[in-house]
Write a protein that binds this ligand. Structure first.
Ligand code: ATP
Ligand code: MG
Length: 329
């Protein structure tokens, strides 16, 4: 599956990153078994998958740090096989494990990055100062990075990634270990980057993070892309969505149960669950049907599966807890 743009503007579907038939094995362990990816410019793409699925491997390959066994890759308009150097110049990478050097200060870490990007002394200082400010690290800038908290190190990591203004950034689990507020701050920063037109390739263990941020999500499992789409599309892929009707009058509940034989019953809660994909069309037909049958519930709620359900369904094997709430059959 590939991303499909709805706009007809010429650049609307320009791809920042594409990979076709990407393969990588370590010994006889196949990590990536021929995966295809396409990330349109200025969007956030999230790669999800259980531990060991190959997310970091994919990031390292796409960012030229390790080579693939096979596959075609283009990043920022450059072919990886032909011109990896041009790709390196166009991207920024925040690895899963910190690139921060603890022995030197936050500011010195930033200036080191500026040097690596061949910025002039004054340009390097300007860029470092601006990013330290943006990431709320001014007070800590002159202290050794080893004294930073995990969240501060993560912010410094991302600040270092942004030196040189890369148009495409790879973030491998950027918020792992951050507290909820720091995570939200990081999300805000990522959104600002994207609104400036930056493309973000993100891996995460936090499904709500992908849900919040990503335009498109791919779930990596067993070396392949098990599913790809927007969060909404993925949620519709798996069962678990339903409409719940709750009654207060036992007599009304009883008559509803005899009219709706297919619905799952919860006699204690006087409620019925009708499987539904949650689309407007299906809701309308359920409502019409209830009207025709003369059923009037006191409460009607629509439940759509969340990304956790999707993740378990796609990566967990057969026994899928896709209805964590009590579902009576
Ligand atoms: N240099 C290496 N040599 C041998 N095996 C490796 C190497 N790097 C990764 N692997 C293996 O490749 C698989 C994928 O690893 P990878 O780090 O890409 O997973 P991941 O999806 O990023 O996992 P996590 O969520 O834990 O970060 C794992 O089985 C790992 O053990
Ligand atoms: Mg990883």
């Amino acid at each position: 599956m590939t991303a499909t743009g709805t706009s007809s503007a010429p650049n609307a579907t320009a791809q920042a990153i594409t990979a076709t038939g990407l393969r990588k094995s370590y010994g006889d362990k196949v990590v990536l078994d021929g995966i295809d990816l396409a990330v349109p410019e200025g969007t956030i793409f999230s790669l999800l998958g259980p531990n060991g699925a190959g997310k970091t491997t994919a990031v390292k390959i796409l960012s030229t740090l390790i080579s693939a066994d096979a596959g075609g890759i283009r990043v920022g308009g450059h072919d990886l096989a032909a011109d990896p150097q041009a790709i390196r110049a166009a991207i920024g990478v925040t690895g899963q494990f910190s690139a921060v050097d603890g022995l030197i200060t936050g500011e010195e870490n930033m200036l080191l990055m500026a040097d690596l990007h061949h910025l002039s002394k004054s340009e390097g200082r300007r860029s470092a100062a601006e990013l330290l400010e943006r990431f709320d690290l001014v007070d800590a800038a002159k202290k050794p990075a080893s004294t930073y908290s995990g969240g501060m190190k993560r912010r410094l990591d991302l600040a270092m990634t942004l030196v040189g203004n890369p148009r495409i950034i790879f973030l491998d689990e950027p918020t792992t270990g951050l507290d909820p507020r720091s995570r939200h701050n990081m999300w805000q920063i990522i959104r600002e980057l994207v609104s400036d037109g930056v493309t973000v390739f993100l891996t995460t263990q936090y499904l709500e993070e992908a849900d919040e941020l990503a335009d498109r999500i791919a779930v990596l499992n067993d070396g392949r892309i098990a599913a790809e789409g927007s969060a909404e599309e993925l949620k519709r892929l798996i069962p678990g969505g339903h409409v719940r009707l709750r009654f207060t009058d036992p007599a009304a509940y009883q008559s509803a149960t005899s009219a709706l034989r297919e619905a799952a019953r919860d006699d204690e809660a006087l409620s019925l669950q009708i499987p539904s994909d949650g689309t407007q069309r299906e809701l309308r037909s359920i409502l019409d049907w209830l009207d025709t049958a003369g059923i009037e519930a006191d409460e009607l709620t629509v439940h759509t599966p969340d990304l956790n359900d999707v993740f378990f369904a796609l990566t967990g094997g057969a026994n899928v807890p896709n209805q964590p709430k009590k579902a009576v059959r």
